[in-house]
Ligand binder design. Structure first.
Ligand code: E4P
Length: 217
């Protein structure tokens, strides 16, 4: 049976704790920019703390750009916890690193994916996740959701098991569209997670129910 997993896109422990308390959180994605926002934290210790809060996949990104160094860095990150997934950019060296790591049984999240052929190649290389950045495509007047749809069709055509992780989500509609197009995962900023259960008619309706109840009780 298919399902859409919900990850939080942050390196902030408090946000992760609060999202985990909702009971629907399946994983976490971080990137160098998100980790930098947390100040001068010790990277490996910080990741260990995240992995203790969430038992599902926690993506940690390499900062090396050549194959050999990416693999070395990834092997070190993979030691931190069993649920670490290594984020590697969709470059030529990244593709080669994806294959090397997948062959060793280390799970990868192939990040910065902006066109469907990157997604096809990383799936062939054994990626666990591929991360199309829908918001950044929209930011330059492209159609991020079209990218999700193309990758979904290609993966379904050939039975690839790499999971499509809808990333760079900016608002609730991105999450709705990701779910409708069959993305396997959406990684969502804390603020947007908060918006997903909100509707003004829910609040107004609840207020009315409680007011009516008070009239007779
Ligand atoms: C995904 O894993 C990335 O960390 C993230 O979604 C990037 O989002 P941004 O475009 O808002 O930086």
């Amino acid at each position: 049976m298919r399902r859409m997993d919900i990850y939080i896109d942050t390196a902030n422990l408090d946000e992760i704790r609060q999202a985990a308390s909702l009971g629907v959180l399946d994983g976490v994605t971080t990137n160098p920019s998100l980790v930098s926002k947390e100040g001068n934290v010790q990277f490996h210790d910080h990741l260990r703390a995240i992995c203790e809060l969430v038992p599902g996949p926690v993506s940690a990104e390499v900062v090396a750009t050549d194959h050999d160094q990416m693999v070395t860095e990834a092997e070190q990150l993979a030691q931190i916890a069993d649920n670490i997934v290594i984020k590697v950019p969709c470059t030529v060296d990244g593709l080669r690193a994806c294959k090397s790591l997948s062959d060793q049984g280390i799970r990868t999240n192939m990040t910065l994916c902006f066109q469907p052929m990157q997604a096809l190649f990383v799936a062939k290389a054994g990626a666990f996740l591929v991360s199309p950045f829908v918001g950044r495509v929209d930011d330059i007047s492209g159609d991020g959701m079209e990218l999700i749809s193309q990758i979904r069709q290609i993966y379904d055509n050939y039975g690839f098991s790499t999971k499509i992780l809808s990333a760079s989500i900016r608002h609730p509609t991105h999450v709705v569209q990701s779910a409708m197009l069959g993305a396997d995962v959406a990684t969502i900023p804390f603020k947007v997670i908060g918006q997903l259960m909100n509707h003004p008619l829910t609040d107004i309706g609840l207020e009315r129910f409680l007011a009516d109840w008070k009239k007779v009780h």
